[in-house]
Design a protein around this ligand. Structure first.
Ligand SMILES: C[S@@+](CC[C@H](N)C(=O)[O-])C[C@H]1O[C@@H](n2cnc3c(N)ncnc32)[C@H](O)[C@@H]1O
Length: 368
């Protein structure tokens, strides 16, 4: 493919940059001073239940503003006059053309499946408050990519996180002396996590999968641009398109907070089917929340206000028990993120609003 590749082909403007800068400034206030006021007020209350805490905090001005900003800033980021979705939809025709007419690429592979039934939990949730999520319009993938290459909702740098995650994947393989030949990255969106793992483990064959075709098409352009040889496939994590015992590592980066418990269970069973004996199941997501009741209350509020309902159910899902019952061993679950060291994690809530990320690793028992 040529050099003039379109993965960042959307056009922004001075006004768009100023507007997004203004939102980022407000977000820093929301996740800093305002968040600290809310944590301090909530921590001082003599309550033991989440519903009680919510009721007691409702009259507090700081909490009302915190909750309002949490929902509204995200909406403005997408759909204000200079929101990412607004600007991308104005360029829809040109961007659709780029996605549709992607030339074939000698480095990567794209497998699409127009017959795939997109799960209800994807169709029914406008995740992150993005209208139509990622499935409705292929160009929504551009808006998401633009959004994610800026600072994420919690003020963290997403590229730093993805490389951090890829280093964890590599370390987990080294720790059990596994040389991976085939790695599946479930819920890959545009393959950002897939390419990060490929960079960390260049000899492995990398397959990223997602149920939505738009991000995969966009990710294919992006992989070509980076000359990164990964396969992007339109498969569900509940039905991976590979043979039994064909894969060394099944992993996911920020997938499970978008799936209800029954679907998580189905994808773990699918991982068990495709993994070779001794293969690794790895996952990175918001599996645990520190800070006791106040931490859980803030996390659940975030899940509701940012349209990520399964981020709430995720922290109640017992991964250790479920994995062990399926024959996985050496199950490890730990809070880990590049930001925690400076923010005083994990014993208490950090001094600024962060996503609490943890890494799960488990090994499929070898058949004797
Ligand atoms: C937060 S994004 C993942 C980000 C990505 N791993 C990265 O690092 O950039 C979650 C993705 O999971 C996808 N997804 C949701 N349910 C899925 C399923 N059952 N199978 C595969 N992908 C799924 C969504 O379409 C979305 O693209």
């Amino acid at each position: 493919m040529g050099d003039a590749l379109p993965s960042r082909a959307w056009k922004d403007s001075f006004e768009a940059r100023m507007f997004q800068g203004y939102i980022a400034g407000l977000k820093a206030y929301w996740g800093g001073e305002l968040y600290r006021q809310v944590v301090s007020q909530a921590t001082s209350l003599p309550v033991s239940e989440m519903a009680e805490l919510e009721e007691a905090m409702k009259p507090h001005v700081a909490y009302r503003l915190y909750a309002w900003l949490e929902r509204r800033l995200q909406q403005l980021k997408w759909s204000g006059r200079w929101g990412f979705s607004t600007l991308v939809s104005e360029q829809k025709e040109a961007l659709d053309g780029l996605i549709e007419k992607a030339p074939s690429d000698p480095h990567g592979k794209l497998i699409l499946n127009a017959d795939l039934i997109i799960p209800k939990y994807v169709l029914e949730t406008s995740t992150h408050q993005q209208k139509g999520g990622l499935w409705a319009e292929a160009t929504n993938a551009y808006a998401l990519a633009w959004y994610t290459t800026g600072l994420s909702f919690s003020g963290t740098n997403p590229d730093e996180l993805v490389d951090w995650y890829a280093a964890l994947v590599k370390q987990a393989c080294t720790d059990c002396e596994l040389v991976p030949h085939v790695i599946i990255d479930m819920g890959c969106t545009g393959g950002r996590s897939t390419r990060a793992i490929k960079r960390a483990l260049p000899d492995a064959e990398l397959i990223g999968c997602d149920v939505c075709d738009g991000p995969l098409r966009h990710g294919y352009l992006r992989s070509s641009e980076e000359r990164c040889a990964v396969t992007l496939a339109q498969w569900s994590a509940e039905d991976l398109g590979v043979a039994d015992q064909s894969t060394d590592v099944v992993t996911s980066h920020w997938l499970y907070h978008e799936m209800p418990p029954s679907a998580i269970r189905a994808s773990m069973a699918e991982a068990q089917r495709v993994l070779k004996p001794g293969g690794l199941f790895l996952a990175y997501d918001m599996f645990m929340v520190p800070g006791g009741l106040v931490g859980k209350w803030l996390h659940s509020g975030y899940a509701a206000r940012n349209n990520e309902p399964y981020a709430h159910t995720l922290i109640h899902f017992d991964f250790r028990k479920e994995l062990e019952s399926m024959g996985f061993t050496n199950v490890k679950i730990e809070l880990t993120s590049p930001q925690y060291a400076s923010a005083g994690m994990p014993d208490q809530l950090p001094t600024k609003r962060l996503h609490y990320m943890s890494f799960i690793s488990a090994r499929l028992e070898c058949v004797k």
